[in-house]
Every structure is written in C-alpha cells, then in structure tokens.
Design a protein around this ligand. Structure first.
Ligand SMILES: Nc1ccn([C@@H]2O[C@H](COP(=O)(O)OP(=O)(O)OP(=O)(O)O)[C@@H](O)[C@H]2O)c(=O)n1
Ligand SMILES: C[C@](O)(CO)[C@H](O)COP(=O)(O)O
Length: 230
C-alpha cells in the first residue's frame, strides 16, 4: 500500500524583505493569493494529499475571509506558526499522526510543479529524503576579512523546497534544540545524522522574497496560460 503523503506548507513568516503591509503569502498573483497557488500545486499533484497549513494565529481570520472571497475550499489542517521557520515546521509536524512521507514546502513558492512534487515523494520513498536543488547560474565570491575570494561554483547548489522526508525521521530530527544557523529542513535532518539526497529542482520554483519576485511570478503564470493549447 502507498505511504500516506502529507504536504506541510509553512506560511508563518512576516515577509520583512517584501516590505508589504499585507503578509506576502496573501498578495495576489494572477488574481489569487500566493498561498492558494501553492496549495493548488499540491492538489494538482494528488487529490488525496493531506495538507497542513502553518500560519501566524493573527492571520487565521484573514485566511478565512480570503477563502470565502475566492471560493477556495481545498481541505487544509490549520496550525499556528512559531517565531522562526524552525518552530513553524516543528509545530506543523506535530499535526501528523503515524508514519508516511511529508513534503515540507515554503508557502511562498507558488510556482512549484506537480512533476517536482512527484519526484520528491518518489525519491524520498527510496532514499528517506529528497531535497530540490539547482545549479548556480552566476559566479560567487566568499567575503573574507579585507576582501573577497572567487569560489568554484560547481561545488555549490541552490537549495529549494519541497524537502521531503520519511515522517518519523524528520520528526525525530526536529526534536533537537533550535540552531539559527540551520535555515532549512535538510540541515536539521543532517544535524540529526542523516545523509541528504538532492534532486533536480526548477529555476521557476522561486521563493517570493522581494518585490521583483512578484513581477516574475505574475509573468510566469501569464506565460503558462498563453502556452496552453486553446
Ligand atoms: N516564523 C516563520 C518564518 C518563516 N516561515 C515561512 O518560511 C518560508 C520561507 O521564509 P522566508 O521567505 O524567509 O519568509 P519570511 O520569513 O516571511 O520573510 P522575511 O525573512 O523577509 O521576513 C515562508 O513561506 C515563510 O512564511 C514560517 O512559516 N514561520
Ligand atoms: C528553506 C529555504 O527555502 C531553502 O532555500 C530557505 O532557506 C528559506 O528561506 P529563509 O530566508 O532562510 O527563511
């Protein structure tokens, strides 16, 4: 029998770098809040996926009214977020009973494809973990005291979400004390003693972080519409 599959979508952040009064996960692109695009992407992958949505408690009412306004009725289990991404993920994981696979995904990565999600579950089933990553397109330099030094970019990967794990493994890893230097789930699992399997993510799976990301996301969704045959 297939392992139960969960999507843990974290949207408990403040969006400081976006600088918008409306939390960035609620900003509309192509007429729909970013977070709804993200949830739709997981339901496009599977109609039986169980979605856990982490939001700041003060935003629960905004979410409910946006759902009413957009007639959005995808089932989600709501959970209150924490002060950091680590704490929000940990709270979300607590909503999962029993074993299975969980894809942890940033609520503000609305352009993730069903193919990437599918790959993450298939690989995690075999390897225990599956973390989306892409190659660097630009050169990088390390900032050092008194200057900078060129680095070999082929030795680095840009890490995205989904980051998918066996539930028991990632829950155990999240029992560790929080370390602010660990900025993603793969780092937490690695600290817990697990090796990490990367797979090819996608350049369009951007994390909406600063205002120009909204321009890209809007244009991307428009281009998908025109690309579809009539
Ligand atoms: N306490 C937090 C902080 C972040 N996140 C989520 O983690 C994802 C990645 O974080 P990031 O892009 O850094 O979002 P923010 O923390 O909202 O942005 P900023 O750092 O600019 O404030 C986002 O979906 C964000 O909502 C979360 O669930 N809980
Ligand atoms: C998890 C993540 O999306 C991987 O790239 C990223 O680390 C989250 O963003 P943050 O700015 O570190 O919160």
């Amino acid at each position: 029998m297939k392992n139960p599959e969960y999507a843990l979508i974290v949207a408990g952040g403040k969006g400081t770098r976006m600088g918008s009064a409306l939390p960035k996960q609620f900003i509309a692109i192509d007429g729909l809040p970013i977070l709804m695009h993200t949830i739709n992407a997981f339901y496009a992958y599977s109609s039986t996926i169980q979605v856990i949505l982490v939001l700041p408690q003060e935003d629960f009412s905004t979410w409910t009214s946006l759902c009413e306004r957009h007639h959005f009725n995808r089932p989600v289990v709501l959970q209150q977020g924490g002060a950091t991404r680590f704490q929000s993920v940990k709270r979300g994981l607590a909503k999962i009973e029993g074993d299975g696979l969980v894809a942890i995904h940033d609520g503000v990565r609305p352009l993730v494809s069903a193919t990437v999600i599918d790959q993450s579950f298939r690989i995690a089933e075999k390897e225990n973990s599956a973390v989306a990553a892409v190659n660097l397109k630009e050169s990088i330099r390390e900032v050092q005291q008194g200057g900078t030094k060129a680095l070999d970019r082929t030795k680095f990967k840009l890490i995205q979400t989904p980051q998918t794990f066996k539930v028991a493994l990632i829950k155990r890893a999240y029992e560790m004390e929080e370390d602010l230097q660990l900025t993603d789930d793969a780092s937490v699992a690695e600290r817990g003693g697990h090796s990490i399997t990367l797979f090819e993510g996608s350049y369009d799976n951007i994390k909406v972080t600063t205002p120009e990301d909204l321009v890209f996301a809007e244009a991307y969704l428009q281009s998908q519409k025109t690309a579809k045959p009539a």
